[in-house]
Design a protein around this ligand. Structure first.
Ligand code: DGL
Length: 271
């Protein structure tokens, strides 16, 4: 038994896709969420800058006394690869491995698509692992840099016309590829799940990186007897590096619960 909180980290709202699932499957856990909203998007930055920012955020979570850091960010998970968490005093998990495994269990025809940030697609992280585990797999990746700003500005409802047009353009990259499974490899993208599902005529297995990461975290904690088992509902504390109002409003809309505990941090103090 381990009553320390789980740390979850992303550049912004995206990691809430992991929090939503954690609240469902591990309701007794306390969670400390860090959204580096003052420096997003990460996905169009260089690997060096992404590493620098991510290390600062992970150090912050470590200092909050968490038992596990769930890097609920496809970009950070991809840029660090197998080095994720090296130098960290607590275990760190990323989204790539659980998400790839879920996609491989879902596909019937061995043709998978990935939508993710530019940095993630350029890293080849999902593709390399998927092909290692499934030689002969056909894999098509597409960077969708406009999705993060759309989500962060609340353009994610299934009937949002602006988001629909952008998504339609991006998804045309899969025309003729005959994919049956599409990885939403940036944790912001599952907020567009219903829109993408509708646009693809409900025909694809959509794999939600945030959700799969949360399931991976549960498995990790269970196997090590590290669940909190506090016998009451856990709390979530949120930290962001820019103004809290937009984050709180959209977070409430997405999580379906009030974000009572949101604190703004000074980026300079993270350094
Ligand atoms: N949500 C993040 C990801 O999973 C990062 C998005 C961004 O800041 O570009 O890739």
């Amino acid at each position: 038994m381990d009553k320390r909180p789980i740390g979850v980290f992303d550049s912004g709202l995206g990691g809430l896709t992991a929090v939503r699932e954690l609240r469902r499957i591990l309701p007794e856990e306390n969670i400390v969420y860090f959204g580096d909203t003052g420096r997003l998007p990460y996905g169009s930055r260089s690997p060096e800058v992404i590493r620098e920012y991510a290390l600062e955020c992970m150090r912050f979570l470590e200092n909050q006394g968490v038992k596990l850091i769930l890097v609920a960010c496809g970009t950070v998970s991809s840029v660090f690869g197998s080095e994720l968490g090296s130098g960290c005093a607590v275990p760190c998990m990323g989204v790539v491995e659980p998400t790839v495994k879920a996609a491989l269990s879902a596909t019937k025809n061995g043709k998978i698509g990935l939508i993710a940030t530019a940095a993630t697609v350029a890293s080849g992280s999902y593709e390399k692992l998927a092909k290692e585990l499934f030689p002969g797999l056909e894999f098509t990746g597409k960077a969708c840099p406009l999705f993060v700003p759309l989500v962060e500005n609340g353009y994610f409802a299934a009937d949002n016309e602006v988001a629909r047009l952008v998504a339609k353009d991006y998804l045309s990259a899969f025309d003729g590829k005959n994919i049956d499974t599409l990885i939403l490899g940036c944790t912001h993208y599952p907020l567009l799940y219903n829109l993408i599902d509708r646009l693809t005529d409900y025909k694809l297995n959509l794999i939600d990186a945030g959700k799969e990461a949360a399931l991976g975290a549960k498995d990790f904690l269970e196997k090590r007897d590290m669940l909190s088992e506090r016998g009451e509902k856990g709390e979530v504390r949120f930290f962001v590096t820019d103004k809290v109002d937009g984050f709180s409003r959209l977070g409430r809309e997405f999580l379906g619960e009030e974000l009572e505990n949101v604190t703004r941090l000074d980026i300079e103090k993270l350094k």
